[in-house]
Design a protein around this ligand. Structure first.
Ligand SMILES: [Zn+2]
Length: 263
């Protein structure tokens, strides 16, 4: 653990810098691919509840079990976002995996997303924050442009946003993916996870990226090894006790910001 201490020290120094600016370091937490209430989801919810840290789970409507809706309602800090439709890859073999690319007619995919939207409303009621989280964080611009008409108010992918408003949608991305997908879904390591966190926070502070975009932790509860779980717990322990850090709920990020930009 001794070797890990210097990484945490890096994060402490970054928060100190925010403190000197008298600014609140806002964070948010997105977890992808929930389908049903399984043990790993219970562990995620327990971490969220015990730290009073709100979590937004991204759910593919075609894969969601009705029991997930019942379970979500019992967790006061949980919002639900729409994760594509069925998490199916429709890209041809030589292209990167994509459910929402230009491989199928726009109308077909839009219809699918609209059906999914209605199922999300039915399953999750007011816990559904009308945000599209495209599977593999990929979506074509044509499909993005049609999301508002389906009823979506927000979108979330990966890496720092360029603009907050896009096709009438509020964008708030995630920035700290803690799963190393190329290494058998292992934890990326404390070094890399903290580097991603500090890099985005420092870039916000320097005005190199939008300072108002909360830094997003991205987790996948079904894929976590023990190290990944330990990291989340330590991060929550550390940040929720820190005066200048605030974990923002998705409902606030994607709704309140809208009222700021509306005349
Ligand atoms: Zn996914």
């Amino acid at each position: 653990m001794q070797s890990g201490a210097r990484y945490w020290d890096k994060l402490r120094r970054e928060f100190d810098a925010w403190d000197r600016l008298n600014a609140t370091a806002t964070l948010w937490w997105r977890d992808d691919d929930a389908e049903q209430p399984v043990e790993a989801l219970e562990r995620l919810f327990h971490l969220s509840e015990s730290h009073a840290a709100p979590v937004a789970i991204a759910v593919s409507p075609a894969l969601a079990a009705p029991a997930l809706g019942t379970r979500v309602r019992k967790h006061s800090e949980c919002a639900v976002l729409q994760h594509g439709y069925a998490h199916s890859n429709h890209a041809s073999a030589e292209r990167k995996k994509n459910e929402l690319g230009d491989d199928r007619p726009t109308q077909t995919v839009t219809e699918e997303l609209r059906n999914g939207f209605h199922r999300m409303q039915h399953l999750f009621g007011d816990r559904f924050v009308k945000v599209m989280v495209p599977p593999w964080n990929r979506i074509s611009d044509t499909l993005t442009a049609g999301l508002y008409d389906i009823g979506f108010t927000g979108i979330s992918t990966y890496l720092a946003r360029k603009t907050m408003l896009e096709h009438k949608l509020i964008r708030c991305n995630s920035h700290v993916d803690i799963v190393d997908w190329k290494a058998g879904d292992r934890f990326v390591g404390t070094d890399r996870a903290i580097r991603l966190l500090v890099d985005h926070l420092a870039a916000r502070r320097a005005g190199e990226v939008d300072p108002n975009e909360p830094t997003g932790l991205l987790t996948h509860h079904l894929r976590h090894d023990e190290d990944a779980w330990q990291f989340i717990e330590k991060l929550l322990d550390y940040t929720t006790r820190h005066q200048i850090v605030r974990w923002r709920p998705a409902a606030e990020i994607f709704n309140q910001e809208l009222s700021i930009v509306s005349p």
